[in-house]
Design a protein around this ligand. Structure first.
Ligand SMILES: NC(=O)c1ccc[n+]([C@@H]2O[C@H](COP(=O)([O-])OP(=O)(O)OC[C@H]3O[C@@H](n4cnc5c(N)ncnc54)[C@H](OP(=O)(O)O)[C@@H]3O)[C@@H](O)[C@H]2O)c1
Length: 332
């Protein structure tokens, strides 16, 4: 199928998500201009979060572009995120809506497969509470039922964590997985698992974030030259060509470049070469969280095993009870 800049991928709940979006984890004071110019360039999907502390700027830009007639609210796809305890899901979403001054968000995702210990700070102490993120899912589903959000998803979940939600018939809405994804970290197994389960993948940090200046190697540079494109465009094209939604963050001067990835297509050989070109990356998300993404391959610690057993044992019981239980356990 030929991909176009307005291409959207259908979600299993009947909604759809634009294949390219704009990341808004930008330095303070820059989001308004970035979003405004992105919308003028043609972006219709904006990835944001209350914890980026710039939703007021993002909301202002969206509203200004609605007011000047560039877009209608229904043309814009806004994704927000929650990373909290289950009882804070709705208040956090309401705070996002008030800050954006919008009536609903198109997508709301659980930012991390974990919840904070009660009364601790974001950077200080958090842990994978398997039980707690099931509660988060339930709270999110209630927000969808209330019409505050159109679609739901998860972010930074591994296969086992996602399975917990998919296998639990109480959770009927989650249909999107958001993970770090770029040519050096292609997430192929995860992608296949998600495809089999009707889950759409959003690749965050699709340009590899701002890790270091020598990030792009000779292979990517030579492929880009061959197509008369930039390495950034090759990175983005690589993902969209395999059905992964991309949400690059950039200064406004790069918006057009990052959007112009629909007038060429990588050959099978170049897709394969790019795919095999992985390198060791220091994963952005949450290295300190025990039991997270890559620990799947390692032996779990005694405490993780204890949590997993608890999660299995209690997963059909009432969420509040579970959360209190796991908080107590974690505080031991
Ligand atoms: N769910 C999650 O846990 C999670 C985690 C991380 C990020 N995200 C989302 O994903 C978005 C994107 O990820 P990211 O912000 O980590 O980084 P990214 O989009 O992979 O990379 C951003 C970096 O690439 C540079 N860049 C952009 N366009 C370029 C171009 N055409 N040529 C050369 N360099 C270019 C930017 O530089 P300039 O700024 O100088 O243009 C910036 O340094 C975030 O903004 C956020 O919305 C989600």
């Amino acid at each position: 199928m030929e991909l176009t800049a307005s291409h959207s991928i259908p979600l299993s709940d009947g909604n759809s998500i634009p294949l390219i979006g704009l990341g808004t984890y930008t330095p303070k004071g820059t989001a308004y201009e970035s979003v405004k110019i992105a919308i003028e360039t043609g972006y219709r999907h904006i990835d944001g979060a209350l914890i980026y502390y710039n939703e007021h700027e993002v909301g202002q830009a969206i509203r200004d572009k609605i007011t000047d007639g560039t877009v209608k609210r229904e043309d814009i796809f806004y994704c927000g995120k929650v990373c909290k305890a289950y009882f804070l899901v709705r208040p956090t979403l309401e705070k996002t809506l008030t800050t954006l001054q919008l009536d609903y968000v198109d997508l709301y995702i659980i930012g991390l497969p974990m919840a904070f210990k009660v009364c601790t700070h974001f950077n200080v102490d958090y842990i994978v509470y398997y039980c707690a993120f099931l509660c988060l899912s339930q709270a999110l589903e209630a927000c969808k039922d209330a019409g505050l959000v159109k679609s739901l998803g998860v972010s930074n979940f591994n296969k086992r964590q996602l399975e917990l939600i998919l296998n639990n018939r109480k959770y009927k809405y989650s249909n999107l997985g958001n993970v770090e994804c770029h040519p050096y970290f292609t997430q192929q197994n995860w992608l296949e698992y998600c495809r089999q389960n009707g889950i759409v993948i959003v690749g965050y940090s699709p340009l590899g974030t701002s890790r270091d200046p020598s990030w792009y190697d000779d292979l990517l540079v030579s492929i880009a030259k061959k197509y008369n494109k930039t390495t950034a465009q090759v990175c983005l094209r690589f993902n969209v060509q395999r059905g992964v939604v991309v949400i690059p963050r950039a200064q406004p001067c790069s918006h057009k470049e990052n959007f112009e990835i629909f007038d060429f297509s990588l050959s099978d050989a170049d897709m394969k070469a790019t795919h095999r070109n992985w390198k060791q990356v220091d994963v952005i998300a949450h290295k300190r969280a025990s039991g997270h993404l890559f620990t799947n391959r390692c032996r779990p610690s005694a405490r993780q095993l204890q949590l997993i057993q608890l999660e299995r044992h209690f997963s059909l019981k009432k969420p509040p009870h579970l959360c209190q239980f796991s908080h107590r356990l974690a505080n031991n």
